[in-house]
Every structure is written in structure tokens, then in C-alpha cells.
Design a binder for this molecule. Structure first.
Ligand code: SRM
Ligand code: SF4
Length: 574
């Protein structure tokens, strides 16, 4: 049944299909005319539909917004380049792969950085057209691709990072990789265009995604309680690992999370995922495919702002959606098995795994790995990669784990990390629990600074906490996002700033430590000075009135400063 027929069955016709639907339909399974565009030396950019289609191949066309006006004045086109986002299920990368991506970023990108993202992978920023094919071929030579890390498909599958409980982590990671493979586009377009793959006679087939792909981006995680380091409620589909005697036996399935909204549009809102119930391990791939195909067929293809799974659930009803998934997967969800998330951030520093290996989580502020004048972070990781025998794990909080270190290498790796300021004892717990999206200068959608503003903002928060004598081990999960798309996951923070205009943000309060509650808007479109004044007076009250170890996000709700968001559709905007 087509999407429109399905919508009629559900009693609704949602309007004419969006332009993106035409682009996908006419793309010949995501090929478009990308190959021709690549040879066009008149422009550094991609033209017409290809601008959108390269996203399905893991790239976005960008330009440096800091120099855009100056180039326009000089009658030059913007300095078009691409940002590439790699596919790294579970964020696992070997030292050999690391050294190769480090070399490419240094030699062939405009910024020279490796940017760890909030979805456990890395991005190159600023790759010019003549280097794009080389980039894909370099990645391919080390077993990395960027298929489906953007566009209307299932994105990079996340998995809880820290391999302390090694066996369970290994099993969960293997499922993340299997789910990623299962839901991946099957078109040969990527191989043909970037890797000069052979053109086959037979037509491509997309049994799960369909020839029109999904109505919108789709995000999946595998989480291992009690850690919610992947922030499940930002995702369409989540598999919560349930273990018995240290062995994975199945998953609780959570559907319909997502954080984006549009300023001034009340039909959009951040939303936590709903619990569908427990499934045994052997049903995992069927359930993943059933959720994806239900969203594929029922998602809104007319209005992209209401197209994600969270809106489909609220439109058709959670029970109707769940029943359809059960039918398609041939499964009945059992009642969810008990589990509890207790924390979110990464455990910075060393931990010893049950297998006796050691794991070092490095705090990388904003995920930006670059050689800063006083902090040669990128070189530091490369030096570690030269001697490290385990692997690296990128976390969903933009940090990096040096995983699987034998006892006799701990001191050496620690020494390198300290020499390059990858370990800095001066970083407060507050700083380690703060995060921002990329925003300026590369993000075309940015409305206010985020990554470049975060360090200074955190210093201000640290001063406020100190002035009110908040114990140093206590912190407030603080996140900044340069626009309401929410890439820095401010919509699951205790204090969330959402960019409105340069120097102005909406201030949200009331998320919790576990990441299971969306914060509500406290004040709209206010200056940084006003934000700091408000936080100062609220922290002052919190320090005096908090109960026992009450967290800031819980306090502001109990004290009546802000209302609790229980059901987003009902509570978020009221
Ligand atoms: Fe994002 C678009 C960066 C995680 C919601 N995001 C973008 C783009 C590509 C801008 C664009 O469309 O041209 C940004 C590129 C900036 C740059 O220069 O690098 C961008 N998003 C990022 C990253 C790099 C932020 C970071 O600081 O780490 C994250 C990359 C993740 C990855 O590796 O795949 C990133 N984006 C997120 C998250 C958080 C998450 O998934 O945990 C969200 C909110 C969760 C969600 O999806 O609801 C998020 N990004 C968006 C949206 C809004 C989607 C929507 O539902 O409407 C957009 C805009 C869009 O899709 O139209 C967007
Ligand atoms: Fe860009 Fe907005 Fe995402 Fe920040 S939240 S990276 S400004 S799209």
C-alpha cells in the first residue's frame, strides 16, 4: 500500500507530497547526477537535487559563514565544501583507522580538525570538491564508509560506549552493528559514484527502506542500563539491553523519541520515546524492520516538520502503531523487564573492566580534536594511536575512550594524554557535563553560537556554583544548541539553551539527570547576561532549599519554578 493510500486508510490525507519526495523518487536510488556534478569545475558546490542527494552518501554542502559576507563583497561564490560524517556503529574505531583519518583531516580539510559528534562518530569539515572522491576512497581502504549517516534513512546506530562489562558490551555492540547493516540502504549508488564500483544490469531493490526511502531521518540506539549515555529519548527506536547472569537475553523496545522543534510552530515539540515492551533477542531484526517500515508507510510525507516517528505515533496513536509493528514483525511484545537508568554522562578517567583491561575516557570539550596553541589534542590522540593495541570508542557525549589497555601500557598512555592536555585535572565536573552542537561557522542553520560559546559559558556557570557554595562534585547538565533542531540535545538537559539570534537564546529548565524528561521553556529570546542572572538566582535558591542531594532539574520543578513536561504534545507548549 502506498503512503497516500495508507494515510487514507487512517482517515487522513496529509496534503501534496513534499519536494524532497520528488527528489528521492526521481533519484534512481540516490544516484541523481552526482557523478556529473563532481566533474563540474565551474562551481565548488553541487547543483539542483544533488545538493540533497549527497546527504544520503553522508555529506552536507557547507561554506564558512565567518567569511561568507566578505566573499559576496568580492563577488565570489561562497567557498563551497563538504562536511562528511562517517558511519561507525557503536563508535568503535581502530588505531590504524584513526591514524588514517588523522592524516586525511590534516592534509586535505580546510579546518584540519576531527569533530566527534553527539552520535558516536566523527566528521571532517571543509573538504573541497577535488578531494571528495579521494576522501571516500581513503575511508574505504581502511574499512570505513559514510553511507546513510544523513538523509531520510536509519542513521548511525549508537551503542553504550564504555566496555567495562566486556562480554555484555561486546554482545550489545554486535547487535548495534547487525541492526545498522540490516537497515542500511541496499542501492549500489555509493560504490558506483565514490568507489568506481561496477555498474550492474539488475535494478536496485530497497526491501526495507523502499524506493522513496523514509519520510524523514530515523535514529536507533542500543543502550545498556544503568547508563543512558546514548540519550535514548532523542531517538526513534531504542533497544534497551536486558541481561541475565551477564548475558544479553533480549531488549525492551522504546519508540518515538526526538528532540527537534521549530521556533513558533506549536505542532513541533521534543518528545520522549514510548515503551512498547520486551522482545527476545532473535526477534530484534524483525522488530527493527517493522518499526522502520511502519514509519516508512505511515509517516507524514507532506510536511517534513511533522514527519518523524514521534509525530506518527501521536497522530495514529501509540497502540495502533504498536499493533502494526507486532503484526509486521510476527511478535507480541511482553511486558517490559525492569531496568533503571541512573546516569548519562561519560565516566571520565580510567576504569578497569571485568576482564582486567583498562579503559581511559578522555574529555574532549565539544568533541573538537585539533591542535590548539596550548593544547595539541589531535596530535595527542595520534601519538596514543601509534602505540595503542586496543581500540578507540567515540561516545555520544563527544568524548573518546581509549579502550582495552593492558596494565603495562596504562602509565605510558596516561603520560602521552597528560603531555597533550587530553587529561586536564583542572576540568570541573560541571565542564565534563556540558555540551554544545557545532553551530557557527560551518552549520548553515545556526542562529546563535554554540560550540565556540560553550567554554566561556561554562566558566560563568562554574563561578555561579562556586559563589553559592555548591559542592564541587555536583553539577548541572548544561547544553547549548545553536537552533531549535537540537543537535546538542539541550532538550534533555537540566539547563538548555536554544539559539534564537546572535547572543540570544530561549532558556529551558527542568530536564533530569537520567535523561527521561524534556525541559520546558522558562524564558524566551533573552540575552546571555539575562540568562546568567536568572541562573544565578535559581542556583542561589537551589543551594539553600534543595532536599538532600536533589538535582537542579528536579528542584526547579518541585519549587514551582517551571512545570513538568509529562506528555510533550500536551504539556510542552502550554
Ligand atoms: Fe543535527 C541538521 C550537526 C546530532 C537534529 N545537524 C544538522 C546539520 C547537518 C545542519 C544541516 O542540516 O545542514 C548540522 C551540521 C553542523 C556541522 O557543521 O557539522 C548538524 N547533528 C549535528 C552534530 C554534528 C552535532 C554535534 O555537535 O555533534 C550531530 C551529528 C550526529 C551524527 O553523527 O549523526 C547532530 N542532530 C543531532 C541530534 C542529537 C542526536 O541525534 O542525539 C539531533 C536531535 C535529535 C533528533 O533528531 O530529534 C539533531 N540535526 C537535527 C535536525 C532536526 C531534525 C528534525 O527532526 O527536524 C537537523 C535539521 C534537519 O534535519 O532538517 C539537523
Ligand atoms: Fe546546526 Fe542547529 Fe544542529 Fe546546532 S542545532 S548543529 S545550529 S542544525
Amino acid at each position: 500500500m502506498s503512503n497516500q493510500e495508507q494515510q487514507q486508510v487512517l482517515g487522513e490525507v496529509l496534503g501534496p507530497l513534499s519536494e524532497n519526495e520528488r527528489i528521492k523518487r526521481e533519484s534512481n536510488f540516490l544516484r541523481g547526477t552526482i557523478s556529473q556534478d563532481l566533474k563540474d569545475t565551474i562551481t565548488g558546490g553541487f547543483t539542483a537535487d544533488n545538493f540533497q542527494l549527497i546527504r544520503f552518501h553522508g555529506m552536507y554542502q557547507q561554506d564558512d559563514r565567518d567569511i561568507r559576507a566578505e566573499r559576496t563583497k568580492q563577488k565570489l561564490e561562497p567557498l563551497h565544501n563538504v562536511m562528511l560524517r562517517a558511519r561507525m556503529p557503536g563508535g568503535v574505531i581502530s588505531p590504524e583507522q584513526w591514524l588514517a583519518i588523522d592524516k586525511f583531516a590534516t592534509e586535505k580539510s580546510l579546518y584540519g580538525s576531527i569533530r566527534l559528534t553527539t552520535r558516536q562518530t566523527f566528521q571532517f569539515h571543509g573538504v573541497l570538491k577535488p578531494n571528495i572522491k579521494l576522501m571516500h576512497q581513503t575511508l574505504n581502504s581502511i574499512g570505513i564508509d559514510s553511507i546513510a549517516t544523513a538523509g531520510d534513512v536509519n542513521r548511525n546506530v549508537l551503542c553504550t560506549s564504555n566496555p567495562v562489562e566486556s562480554e555484555l558490551h561486546q554482545q550489545a555492540y554486535e547487535w548495534a552493528a547487525k541492526i545498522s547493516e540490516h537497515l542500511l540502504p541496499k542501492t549500489r549508488a555509493y560504490a558506483e559514484i565514490w568507489l568506481d564500483g561496477e555498474k550492474l544490469e539488475e535494478t536496485d531493490q530497497e526491501p526495507i527502506l523502499g524506493s522513496n526511502y523514509l519520510p524523514r531521518k530515523f535514529k536507533t540506539t542500543v543502550a545498556i542500563p544503568p547508563l543512558n549515555d546514548v540519550d535514548v529519548h532523542a531517538n526513534d527506536l531504542n533497544f534497551i539491553a536486558i541481561a541475565e547472569n551477564g548475558q544479553l537475553v533480549g531488549f525492551n523496545v522504546l519508540v518515538g523519541g526526538g528532540l527537534a522543534m521549530t521556533h513558533g510552530d506549536k505542532s513541533t515539540y521534543p518528545r520522549c520515546a514510548d515503551d512498547f515492551g520486551f522482545i527476545p533477542l532473535e526477534k530484534t531484526l524483525e522488530v527493527a524492520a517493522a518499526v522502520v517500515t511502519t514509519q516508512r508507510d505511515w509517516g507524514n510525507r507532506s510536511n517534513r516538520k511533522n514527519a518523524k516517528t514521534k509525530y506518527t505515533l501521536d497522530r495514529v496513536g501509540i497502540d495502533v502503531f504498536k499493533a502494526e509493528v507486532e503484526k509486521r514483525a510476527g511478535v507480541s511484545f511482553e511486558p517490559s523487564k525492569p531496568y533503571k537508568f541512573t546516569e548519562r554522562g561519560d565516566r571520565i578517567g580510567w576504569v578497569e573492566g571485568i576482564d582486567g583491561l583498562h579503559h581511559l575516557t578522555l574529555f574532549i570539550e565539544n568533541g573538537r580534536l585539533l591542535d590548539f596553541p596550548d593544547k595539541p589534542l589531535k596530535s595527542g590522540v595520534a601519538e596514543i594511536a601509534k602505540i595503542h593495541k586496543g581500540d578507540f570508542r567515540m561516545t555520544a557525549n563527544q568524548n573518546l575512550i581509549v579502550a582495552g589497555v593492558p596494565a603495562n601500557q596504562v602509565n605510558k598512555i596516561e603520560q602521552i594524554a597528560r603531555e597533550h592536555r587530553l587529561i586536564d585535572d583542572g576540568n570541573s565536573v560541571q565542564r565534563q557535563n556540558s555540551m554544545a552542537c557545532v553551530s557557527y561557522p560551518t552549520c548553515p542553520l545556526a542562529m546563535a553560537e554554540a560550540e565556540r560559546f560553550l567554554p566561556e559559558f561554562v566558566t560563568n556557570i562554574e563561578e555561579i556554583l562556586k559563589a553559592h557554595k555548591v559542592p564541587t562534585q555536583d553539577s548541572i547538565i548544561t547544553r547549548i544548541t545553536g537552533c531549535p533542531n537540537g543537535c546538542g540535545r539541550a532538550m534533555l538537559a537540566e539547563i538548555g539553551l536554544v539559539g534564537k539570534a546572535p547572543g540570544r537564546y530561549n532558556l529551558h529548565l527542568g530536564g533530569n539527570k537520567e535523561g527521561t524528561r524534556v525541559p520546558k521553556m522558562y524564558k524566551e529570546n533573552i540575552s546571555v547576561k539575562q540568562i546568567l542572572q536568572d541562573i544565578d538566582s535559581l542556583v542561589s535558591r537551589w543551594s539553600k532549599e534543595r532536599e538532600d542531594k536533589e538535582a537542579f532539574g528536579d528542584f526547579v520543578i518541585r519549587a514551582g519554578v517551571i512545570d513538568k513536561v509529562e506528555i510533550s504534545k500536551r504539556d510542552f507548549h502550554d
